[in-house]
Design a protein around this ligand. Structure first.
Ligand code: HAM
Length: 419
């Protein structure tokens, strides 16, 4: 029986894992400049958390969650996103964060959604995200978006343009909903079954429909900005002004609603024209009601998540994949039992001195050992044969220039390699 990875999942082979790791490292370094600290939560949570946070009538909760009963008959869900878990952890350890004027939390890890797999859309995918909890200042929205753009710029993605909108608050959302229903009422019969259902249950979700045919009917939709209450409008204008002042390019997309129900006021996405249909590399916004909905005191918050799989696709297209050096510096080859043991010990000492290398486990030939070293990217080979054992010497071969030198001690070899 041969097993493959489940549909919608994939293995990240060493090269790709290394690219993922370097990408994450670079982004976390940018986040640190803005005083974010990492918080790691479990990969699964109680199902109710996501139903409550993400919204019972969203696609994620209705169709895409990996939910199962554990052996204690509890309903468990593999996290489809990170915000709900971070808010749950924030509330669970409130005393650790409460005194900070804004709790700035970062997270990274796999998320799970039972979606139809296609390029850039997986059932297990990776996100790196942030949540800034505790301030309703529009400058938090701006700072967080500035940071997202900075993280992408640092990796070399320079054309990261923000699409932004405001989805209002409890005061103006009913007006937005009515305006939308009035417009959609006349075209409703042309929309897909999901949209028909959403019309009554959660009309704003209609705008998030993934069916391209439905999207064509949404052109000419009245702008949500016109229906915002004064507070939401002032907030939105301030965010846009400050994006301008900080030279962050954006376009207002008045049909942008996002696929999760917790958003209030600002929502945004960063899209890349280098990707196909799944072109959002980052998405987020403000969620001022979620913390209270999950049992806390009314606390405003803002956050986003970057899809690492999609970001890496963009970096690949731009030919700027970051990479933790996979190559080794040195291969240690010994032929014959004594030389093998000796070169094995030398390898351990070189590693202790900070030199990355591989011991040649075969006892075939020096030539084969060098071939193996070159395959792994080695610049040097340490070779012990009969002559070296008899004379207590170590032979260091530069695999580039082919120059060979005998040394008497490991210290001398370390010095030569490091030079
Ligand atoms: P989201 O838009 O659902 O937002 O996901 C954020 C990013 O994750 C997307 O822009 C995309 O790059 C990536 N992504 C989502 N689904 C998939 C998939 N099936 N395959 C590959 N990549 C995917 C959230 O998850 C919110 N929690 C973001 C947030 C944080 N809002 C406030 N704070």
């Amino acid at each position: 029986m041969k097993y493959n990875s489940p549909r919608g999942t994939r293995d990240l082979l060493p090269k790709e894992s290394s690219i993922f790791r370097s990408t994450i490292k670079s982004i976390l370094n940018t986040f640190k400049l803005f005083n974010y600290q990492e918080l790691t939560t479990p990969i699964f949570e109680s199902t109710g958390l996501f139903e409550r946070a993400v919204g019972a009538t969203t696609d994620i909760v209705e169709k895409e969650m990996y939910t199962f009963k554990d052996k204690g008959d509890r309903s468990i869900t593999l996290r489809p996103e990170g915000t709900a878990s971070i808010v749950r952890a924030y509330l669970q350890s409130l005393s650790s964060f409460q005194k900070q004027h804004v709790a700035k939390l970062a997270y990274v890890g796999p998320m799970f959604r039972y979606e139809r797999p296609q390029t850039g859309r997986y059932r297990q995918f990776y996100q790196i995200g942030v949540e800034a909890i505790g301030s309703n200042s529009p400058l938090v929205d701006v700072e967080t978006m500035v940071m997202g753009v900075a993280a992408l710029n640092k990796l070399g993605v320079e054309k990261a343009e923000i699409a932004i909108n405001s989805v209002g608050c409890d005061v103006c959302r009913p007006v937005i909903r009515e305006q939308l229903k009035e417009f959609v009422g006349s075209i409703k019969k042309n929309l897909c079954d999901d949209c028909q259902n959403r019309f009554d249950q959660n009309p704003l979700r209609i705008l998030d429909c993934k069916n391209p045919k439905c999207q064509t009917y949404f052109m000419g939709m009245p702008s949500m900005a016109n229906a915002l209450c004064k507070e939401c409008n002032d907030h939105f204008i301030c965010v846009l002004d400050q994006l301008d002042e900080n030279d962050i390019p954006y376009t207002v997309d008045s049909n942008l609603v996002r696929g999760l129900d917790y958003y209030t006021k600002t929502v945004f996405e960063i899209r890349s024209s280098l990707l196909g249909a799944q072109n959002a590399i980052c998405g987020g916004g403000r969620y001022d009601n979620l913390i209270e909905e999950l049992g806390g005191r009314s606390t405003p918050a803002f956050g986003f998540a970057i899809g690492i799989d999609r970001l890496v696709m963009v970096l690949d297209q731009l030919n700027i994949l970051p990479d933790d050096e996979l190559d080794i510096e040195v291969i240690c080859i010994g032929i014959g039992t004594e030389a093998q043991n000796k070169s094995f010990q030398i390898m351990q000492k070189l590693r202790a001195a900070g030199i990355k290398g591989e011991y040649y486990f075969k006892n075939k030939s020096i030539g084969d050992g060098i071939k193996q070293g070159l395959l792994l990217g080695a610049k040097f080979a340490i070779i012990l044969g009969e002559e070296e054992i008899d004379n207590k010497l170590i032979l260091l071969k530069d695999l580039g220039s082919k120059e060979q030198t005998h040394y008497k001690s490991i210290q001398e070899v370390v010095k030569a390699i490091k030079q």
